[in-house]
Design a protein around this ligand. Structure first.
Ligand code: ITT
Length: 190
């Protein structure tokens, strides 16, 4: 047992996104928790809040598959677009992609943006908890870098995009890291 959690029993991370899973596994394993990927679909309700989407999804999953499991809803929020694509980030990435976001911001000097991650965990008894993390940055003028996934090539943290730094370095500062840190602290305290 570790932190009230049976470490022989892996916690399931419900996600279809390999990039998310790889980052989370590295961070959790670094703190002694093993996870396994559980690639099943769940409904994402229409809401402007990641927290609501995550909460609804995890309850649905618990009713179908029990606990312990968690999911992560995340998104890129661009200040001058009033937070777009936000909760619609996966759809925006699939449709207009990095290029489309750059086009939307073409000629716009206000490029402030942030990534947000919300983790929703549900235990075997159906008790759920939310953890969140944010990282602020800027949208670049062009795509740069080959690492990561999604909007990483256009998200500048300091002088470099998230796709120009290694996953190890992204994992030290990312929104996902910050949410996972709180999640792990909570798991250890259970
Ligand atoms: P699951 O719901 O199956 O986990 P998904 O990709 O659909 O996978 P989301 O609904 O949470 O996940 O969508 C978030 C989108 O935001 C994701 O597809 C990326 O395009 C983008 N995104 C989130 N975190 C990111 C990160 O760390 N780097 C780059 N893009 C990110």
């Amino acid at each position: 047992m570790r932190g009230g959690v049976d470490i022989n029993k892996k916690i399931r991370f419900v996600t279809s996104n390999e990039g998310k899973f790889g980052e989370a596994r590295e961070i959790l394993e670094g703190r002694g928790f093993e996870i396994e990927r559980f690639d099943v679909g769940y409904p994402e309700i229409q809401s402007f809040e990641l927290e609501e989407v995550a909460n609804y999804g995890v309850k649905y999953l618990w009713e179908k598959f029990g606990g312990d499991l968690f999911l992560e809803d995340s998104g890129l929020f661009i200040d001058s677009l009033n937070g777009f694509p936000g909760v619609f980030s996966a759809y925006a990435f699939k449709t207009i992609g990095d290029e489309g976001i750059l086009r939307l911001l073409s000629g716009n000097p206000d490029r402030e943006a942030y990534f947000k991650s919300v983790i929703s965990f549900c235990d075997e008894d159906g008790n759920s908890n939310l953890f969140s993390g944010v990282v602020r940055g800027r949208i670049s003028e062009e795509e740069c870098g080959k690492y990561g996934f999604g909007f990483d090539p256009i998200f500048l943290y300091g002088e470099e995009t998230f796709a120009e730094i290694s996953i190890e370095d992204k994992n030290k500062i990312s929104h996902r890291r910050r949410a996972l840190n709180d999640f792990i602290d909570w798991l250890e305290g259970r």
